[in-house]
Ligand binder design. Structure first.
Ligand SMILES: [Zn+2]
Length: 385
């Protein structure tokens, strides 16, 4: 057992920082002192912290003006999901125990490990007096929650301040089996719809006096399910439109239902957009007495192939020898907010085999490799004209 990060620790800087972060309990939306701790690490390197705390959420922008042109950001979060029953963990979830080359604890992969690697990479370069671009770290304690007062508020601040970066690495655990095997360069968007079909309740023996809401819903929902969404954008899965709930009726077989409600979940690729999706759903339901409530939960984004992604992949190749997959899978991430602000985004972090699970852990060898990759990306970052 080794969870001490004193100067005698045999572990790397990244591992020691990850230990200290995991030991600060920061279940969403708590920060648990993580961002103050990060400040104590970054201040001696010349970083200035700007707090953008909103609605009880701790948000920080740490900025170090660089010697080279351009601004490269690292975006991430210090909050973690709840642990579940702590007694089921092989080691206490906030003890940050290192056992047999593996660091155990909530946030080890998602994503205190990635945050620690980025700090270690910057510290290494500064310690060697290596010229680097301007570096920002955009850290929120609200990624695992509702994400309303987190990265989006940081970006609003930067937009008004004129300090948006040229590109951003998001330290989410992007990799499948080996560090560097996968980066995320885009994500599908999410639209959720609540469709309420209105009719008139009545006796099933007297349909002439009623208006069956389920009979209104059924053909409309069949049309929704049959919508053709077109060819997906390059590298993305096709848009998926799933009717996930249908509720109507009183429970009695002899009562014609007066209303029926359906929930629809649409995961769309950047070949579609919200207005197009809304129009298609409205057209499919237009014959009915229907109320449609749309929620554009997440905008789709895609960073095009180009110098930034090429350089990220080149750094991975140089450190690991791996040919990286440029993936667009998974759920949503804060990358959507950065991409919407016009920033080139690549998500690159540790492997994700135990995220949100009981017994979350990361191999310390991964942290050392990821630190080297981040370091190479920072050192070779070039702004595109
Ligand atoms: Zn995360």
């Amino acid at each position: 057992m080794q969870s001490d990060s004193s100067t005698t620790s045999p572990f790397s800087i990244a591992t020691n920082i990850a230990v200290k972060l995991i030991q600060r309990e920061s279940v969403t939306p708590e920060d648990g002192g993580c961002q103050n701790y990060i400040k104590t690490l970054l201040s001696p390197l010349g970083f200035v912290r700007t707090s953008v705390d909103t609605g009880g959420i701790t948000n920080s922008i740490y900025t170090r003006i660089g010697e080279l042109n351009g601004t490269l950001a690292f975006a991430g979060h210090t909050d973690v999901v709840p642990t579940g029953p702590a007694e089921l963990w092989p080691h206490p979830p906030f003890a940050a125990v290192i056992d047999d080359g593996v660091l155990h604890g909530r946030g080890a992969q998602d994503m205190k490990g990635g945050v620690a690697c980025w700090i270690a990479a910057v510290a290494g370069l500064c310690g060697e007096y290596t010229p680097i671009p301007t570096i920002q770290m955009l850290i929120t304690s609200d990624e695992e929650g509702d994400s309303i007062d987190g990265t989006i508020r940081i970006l609003e601040y930067m937009q008004s301040d004129g300090t948006l970066p040229d590109a951003a690495i998001i330290g989410e655990p992007s990799c499948a089996k080996l560090v560097g095997d996968t980066i995320r360069r885009g994500r599908r968007g999410v639209v959720q719809v609540r469709a309420t079909f209105h009719g008139k309740q009545g006796h099933s023996a007297y349909p002439q006096d009623a208006d069956n809401a389920i009979h209104r819903a059924a053909p409309a929902l069949a049309r929704v399910a049959a919508i053709e969404w077109g060819e997906p954008a390059l590298g993305f899965p096709a848009t998926s439109c799933q009717i996930t709930n249908v509720n109507g009726g009183t429970g009695a077989t002899n009562v014609i239902p007066g209303s029926c409600e359906a929930l629809i979940d649409i995961r769309y690729n950047p070949g579609n957009d919200f207005d197009e999706i809304k129009a298609a759903i409205e057209a499919a339901c237009e014959d009915s007495e229907t109320t449609l409530d749309f929620d554009h939960v997440a905008i789709a984004f895609s960073t095009p192939d180009g110098p930034f992604l090429d350089q990220v992949c080149a750094s991975i190749k140089k450190v690991t020898g791996i040919e990286t997959v440029r993936d667009t899978g998974g759920g949503t991430s804060d990358g959507r907010f950065l991409a919407a602000a016009g920033i080139a985004v690549a998500e690159l972090g540790t492997t994700n085999s135990t995220i949100h699970q009981i017994g979350e852990q990361v191999a310390i060898a991964e942290l050392d490799i990821l630190t080297k990759i981040y370091s190479d990306i920072i050192e070779n970052f070039e702004v595109q004209a």
